[in-house]
Write a protein that binds this ligand. Structure first.
Ligand code: SF4
Ligand code: SF4
Length: 372
């Protein structure tokens, strides 16, 4: 190519002339923007990377938490650092804390991280749809891996017929309504009493014991969900998760929407096949469903530039930029909460030791299930 027609910018610095670190960063972004999986069932690679990182973080938090509980059982003082991130697994306590915060104007000091994490999830849903479900939640990630295992073993996942699928999808809203109404009906004083109850103070430890010392009933339920997720894609998320249902309702107000440009679309149908929420992307101009998790798999799989995009208002956001925004918003909120002191529980090490050593006593039963 002669110099006059060369695409080298006026500055004289072409792509290859960039410093090696810039080229490495470009290659990484290109790789992350690629797809993983077979044609028609691909997943956006950046999403798998982000999900893996958060899942590994959860494993690390779990190990640190087990170490902390072990030290409390032995009465070792001072206790090692307690990873407050485990409160992500107390969404109901988090929701109660949110309502209590609204009632009293101050954040509860028992499980503040649970409340902050619910707030972050809602803020993410308002801005970027149910991105917590598709990018951060380890249960969603595990569910996708199990479905992938099913496809590898049987060539496909099974879908309940429409007459069964529609009422099943309503189950998660019923569960959500049940929890919200139960919390709302408690009233201000009962809510505060629950949050400061012995049961709630060790609810995280009880949750850990539920999974590590599972009863036959618990084992049966988890077993059904795990095996069922191999056969039915998104068994938990699509039909049963009340938290996802709540975030889906908030996501309706989000300015982020998948939009299809019918003049560019070639009707290949790949976006339909890639969508983990089984939404009819190829036949809609925009996706407003509360089941859209903002996963970007449909955009990443679309072979025609500009045919499909996640738009915030009128502006298209690239899949990699969307991935970066989800991670940055989540981490920035976490750092902000930590820095402001709204993260760590104020329960003292001594109180934790005392309570955890007697956790099997009646005092630590669920307040709603105790005899008067
Ligand atoms: S419509 Fe696109 S972004 Fe929404 S869930 Fe389906 S694949 Fe993900
Ligand atoms: S939007 Fe893209 S992936 Fe979907 S049918 Fe059109 S061209 Fe195919």
């Amino acid at each position: 190519m002669c110099k006059a027609t060369s695409p080298i910018p006026i500055s004289g610095r072409g792509v290859d002339a960039a410093p090696p670190s810039v080229n490495v960063a470009r290659s990484l972004v290109e790789w992350l923007g690629g797809r993983y999986g077979k044609r028609g069932a691909r997943t956006f690679r950046a999403r798998i990377a982000v999900q893996s990182l958060f899942a590994l973080t959860c494993v690390a938090l779990g190990l640190q938490f087990a170490h902390w509980v072990g030290a409390a059982r032995e009465g070792t003082l001072p206790l090692p650092a307690r990873p407050a991130g485990v409160e992500a697994f107390l969404p109901i306590s988090g929701l109660m804390g949110l309502l209590d915060w609204i009632y009293r104007g101050s954040l509860n000091v028992v499980h503040p991280a649970a409340t902050v994490l619910v707030l972050i999830a809602i803020a993410l849903a308002l801005l970027m749809r149910k991105s917590l479900c598709s990018w951060i939640c380890p249960i969603g990630f595990l569910s996708e891996l199990l479905a992938r295992l099913g496809r590898a073993a049987f060539g496909r996942n099974f879908k309940p017929t429409k007459w069964l699928d529609v009422p099943l999808r309503g189950l998660k809203y019923l569960l959500m309504g049940f929890f919200l109404l139960s919390i709302a009906a408690m009233g201000r004083d009962a809510l505060t009493a629950f949050l400061t109850s012995p049961y709630n103070k060790v609810a995280d430890v009880k949750m850990g014991l539920f999974f590590t010392q599972m009863s036959p009933v618990g084992l049966g339920i988890v077993g059904v969900l795990v095996v069922g997720s191999v056969f039915i894609q998104g068994l938990w998320c699509r039909y049963l998760c009340p938290y996802g249902a709540l975030l889906g309702l908030f996501s309706w107000a989000s300015p982020s929407r998948i939009r299809r440009d019918a003049t560019r679309c070639v009707d290949c149908g790949l976006c339909d096949k890639a969508c983990p929420s089984r939404l009819p992307v190829a036949s809609k101009l925009r996706i407003s469903s509360p089941d859209c998790s903002g996963c970007m798999d449909c955009v990443a799989v679309c072979p025609v530039k500009g045919a499909l995009a996640m738009k915030v208002g009128r502006h298209a956001v690239s899949p990699v930029a969307y991935a970066a925004a989800v991670v940055v918003l989540f981490l920035a909120s976490y750092v902000g909460a930590r820095a402001s002191g709204a993260w760590q529980s104020r329960i003292s090490d001594r109180e934790y030791v005392e309570r955890i050593q007697h956790i099997q006593s009646n005092e630590y039963g669920h307040p709603g299930m105790q005899n008067p």
